[in-house]
Design a protein around this ligand. Structure first.
Ligand code: GDP
Ligand code: IMO
Ligand code: MG
Length: 431
């Protein structure tokens, strides 16, 4: 199938980067369509670990075309750093492999300042954002006051544009937040530098995709964050500021919905969440601690410890609906080795009543208690397993159980961070 969208089915960090890197081997084009450098996608090849925040996870494969769509918000300083880092590691030979949409919005220095200031004013109710300026950048996009990547291609007018918007932001910073102002001339000089360094990557991503798809090329869309962090469908307001569900692939890259062939949801074999917000199957005990240590559950972007808990099959059924999942991929199954029994949340109980649907409001959600089912665990290491049959029978049964409860076939199972530590049941591009 030529166009596959891969999205996180939980609260992010499901191992999207690892699986995109794995399947990019058979793809021609890899596309980011939303989010920004709040994402941290970890790729491990032959013991070498690379974390990408903006550049699509296909970049480690030579010759793959990597596209950043209009739905992404771009911090040019971070992008320059990432390009340099990949180049130093020998992964960025051909400059033409990366194209950034003219229409992508820029994260400006005031967005970072506003993100941090807004979080510190919220005190205990803070969202726990990554502090990368994501929310304020998307807010400006919707308020129609944002700067876009194509503005970098007009260096004559760029300083004037920056002066105008910095004057407005400074008024807010100084008068409302009582923060020091930014120096507009410094920001303008900094961005003229990015214009020189990054201007050559600008292009029309939608048009390139039309050409590539027209020639039968295989395209993999790489989601960032996860379904439960979606601005509309997630646990609002403890969410990110973009649509993270599969539908955003269309608006965030400029393709039509009928061009999508498969929608793959990625889920860990358990659940994690970074930052604030409700998390019904969270474990605040030794088992949660064990998952964190064994799973290396520390943020790839901020280094914060991730909150850990059992799998939430009720949440995954919701993710199936709002994404239209055709396939599920389960990661980090190896981390469950030695835990016996394994528990899974299968429903939510609210004040003694079973909920039929994922609740829309935070108050109800925070009062929900999961209804559990238990499954037998296993003690064998899974890291060397490369086929479903080679998994210990309880691990096979666990995967089959998830498939049945969520109602989506499992297409792949990841048993370690390395590219090759993957069991493929149905290859998205080879079936
Ligand atoms: P992403 O944001 O969805 O790309 O996920 P992250 O990279 O933030 O977090 C996933 C973490 O789990 C990374 O450290 C990966 O190297 C690691 N990882 C991915 N898949 C597996 C797996 O199957 N087993 C183990 N043990 N680690 C994995
Ligand atoms: P990847 O792509 C996990 C979380 C933050 C915070 C909330 C809002 O690596 O899965 P933001 O900075 O976006 O305004 O923060 O969203 N968050 C993520 N959690 N993985 C991510 O990305 C995330 N990106 C944002 O922790 O709770
Ligand atoms: Mg991550």
């Amino acid at each position: 199938m030529p166009l596959v969208v891969l999205v996180g089915a939980q609260w992010g960090d499901e191992g999207k980067g690892k699986l995109v890197d794995h399947f990019a081997g058979e793809a021609d084009v890899v596309v980011r369509f939303q989010g920004g450098n709040n994402a941290g996608h970890t790729l491990v090849v032959d013991d070498d670990q690379v974390i990408v925040h903006l550049i699509p996870s296909g970049i480690l494969h030579p010759k793959k075309l990597c596209l950043i769509g209009n739905g992404v918000v771009i911090d040019p300083a971070v992008l320059c750093g990432e390009i340099e880092e990949l180049r130093a590691k020998g992964y960025f030979g051909d400059e033409k492999r990366l194209v950034i949409s003219f229409r992508a919005h820029l994260i400006m220095p005031y967005h970072r300042r506003l993100d941090l200031a807004s979080e510190s004013r919220k005190g205990e109710n803070k969202i726990g954002t990554t502090g990368r300026g994501i929310g304020p950048a998307y807010a400006d996009k919707m308020s129609r006051t944002g700067l876009r990547f194509h503005h970098l291609l007009d260096p004559e007018r760029l300083p004037e544009r920056i002066r105008a918007v910095v004057a407005e932001k400074n008024a807010f910073l100084e008068q409302v937040l009582e923060e020091p102002p930014l120096d507009a001339e410094e920001v303008a000089a900094e961005f003229l530098g990015y214009a020189q360094r990054l201007g050559g990557y600008a292009g029309d991503v939608s048009r390139i995709l039309e050409e590539e798809l027209g020639q039968g090329r295989k395209v993999l869309f790489e989601g960032a964050q996860g379904t439960m962090l979606d601005i509309d469908h997630g646990t609002y307001p403890f969410v990110t500021s973009s649509n993270t569900v599969a539908g955003a692939a269309c608006t965030g890259a400029g393709i039509g919905p009928r061009q999508i062939d498969q929608v793959v949801g990625i889920s860990k074999a358990y659940t994690t969440r970074v930052g604030g917000g409700p998390f019904p199957t969270e474990l605040k005990d030794e088992t949660g601690e064990r998952l964190r240590e064994r799973g290396g559950e520390y943020g790839a972007t901020t280094g914060r410890p991730r909150r850990c808990g059992w799998l939430d099959a009720f949440g995954l059924r919701y993710a199936r609906r709002v994404n239209g999942l055709t396939d599920l991929m389960i990661t980090k199954l190896d981390v469950l080795t030695g835990l016996n029994p394994i528990r899974v949340g299968v429903g939510y109980r609210h004040r003694g009543r079973m909920l039929e649907d994922y609740p829309p409001d935070l108050e109800t959600l925070s009062e929900c208690e999961p209804v559990w089912e238990e499954l037998p665990g296993w003690d064998e290491s899974l890291r060397a397993c490369r086929s479903f049959a080679s998994l210990p029978p309880p691990a096979q049964a666990y995967v089959k159980w998830i498939e049945q409860k969520v109602g989506v076939p499992v297409a792949a199972i990841s048993v370690g961070p390395e590219r090759e530590e993957t069991i493929v049941l149905r290859h998205p591009f080879l079936s």
